[in-house]
Write a protein that binds this ligand. Structure first.
Ligand code: URA
Length: 327
């Protein structure tokens, strides 16, 4: 019998697990095991039975990837080979990383060796099946109507990450379908894409409960975000995006912890465990603040994303909101 004590399988030391040198399939399996153990622990289980054969197999079968241990987190960006299933012509050459962009080490690189399309689809279906019955946050499991897992295609090089589902998303079980979601959809379309050619997910998969309130949302707590983060990490490992767009301060905080405000961060590339992240304003902010200057700022962030992905950008696209802001 082994105690179910923490988020990391406590009894098996897996060499190299955090060194990023393990095959992604094995890592997925290990993550699924850890999540399963966490659920058992949260349900009150204190011990599990593990055969000595299973332990020996776990200890001996951590396959190592062929690559060396030191992987630059954000190297020279390569144009994404097509967004989802409709390939995009590669247009503008992507710029070199900006000097302030931090580079990660092998210890924190999240995305492993490439997964095939079939592997991605199977892994995402397995992760979804694992997340839908989640009861880690008992209060949220009680109040929610649906777990809002994520939507779009796992084959996209572009991942949008929001904060948490609101009332509309809770009812429909899909992220960004309310007013803010409709604006996000417009932004995506203005980039020349469709919602179903990117992936959209949230830091939190359940709507934050609002006991005693009849309307409005609340920000997820740090504990809720930390509890749910492994699911987003799983989605990132599977999608292997070339760029993540973090929508709003809470999305940035969910990924990086407390940091500078979104006003300072937006428009500057960050690095989340090897994946370039573009922080920008949340569409809900643009709904509250209709100033064209703020729209232009978000649009400039999206232009940077498009450049990094090697997407074609027309003169018309480059000019959106420019005249209105007098630039
Ligand atoms: N706001 C978010 O951050 N996510 C959603 O899914 C909807 C609104």
């Amino acid at each position: 019998m082994f105690p179910v004590t923490s988020g990391v399988f406590p009894c098996v030391a897996v060499p190299g697990f955090y060194a990023g040198a393990m095959s992604s399939a094995y890592r997925e399996l290990l993550d699924a095991t850890i999540h399963h153990l966490e659920i058992l622990r949260d349900q009150g289980h204190r011990f599990i039975s593990v055969s000595s054969e299973a332990l020996a197999a776990l200890e001996s079968s951590a396959p190592r990837a062929a690559s060396s241990r030191r992987v630059p987190a954000v190297s020279q960006p390569t144009p994404a080979s097509g967004l989802a299933d409709k390939p995009h012509p590669v247009g503008v050459a992507p710029p070199a990383p900006r000097p302030q962009e931090p580079t990660g080490t092998a210890d924190d690189v999240l995305v492993g060796s490439p997964l095939s399309a079939a592997e991605k689809e199977a892994a995402m279906a397995a992760l979804r099946a694992q997340v839908l019955p989640c009861v880690k946050c008992v209060h949220l499991a009680r109040s929610r109507r649906n777990v809002v897992f994520g939507a779009g295609t796992v084959h996209s090089p572009l991942l949008f990450v929001g904060e948490a589902p609101g009332a509309d998303e809770d009812v429909q079980g899909e992220p960004f379908v309310g007013k803010a979601g409709q604006l996000l959809t417009k932004i995506i379309q203005t980039m020349g894409l469709d919602r179903d050619r990117v992936y959209i997910a949230n830091i939190l998969k359940c709507r934050p409960d609002t006991p005693g309130q009849t309307a409005g949302n609340r920000k997820p707590t740090p504990v809720e975000m930390t509890t749910c983060l492994p699911y987003l990490l799983g989605q990132i490992r599977i999608i292997q995006p070339k760029v993540i767009v973090a929508l709003g301060a809470t999305a940035v905080e969910g990924l990086f912890g407390k940091c500078d405000g979104i006003t300072r961060l937006r428009g500057t590339w960050l690095n989340f465990r090897g994946v370039p992240v573009m922080p920008t304003y949340h569409p809900a902010y643009l709904l509250r603040n209709q100033a064209l200057l703020e729209k232009r700022r978000v649009w400039e962030d999206m232009l940077q994303v498009m450049e990094r992905l090697g997407m074609p950008i027309s003169e018309r696209q480059r000019g959106f909101f420019l005249k209105a802001t007098g630039s």
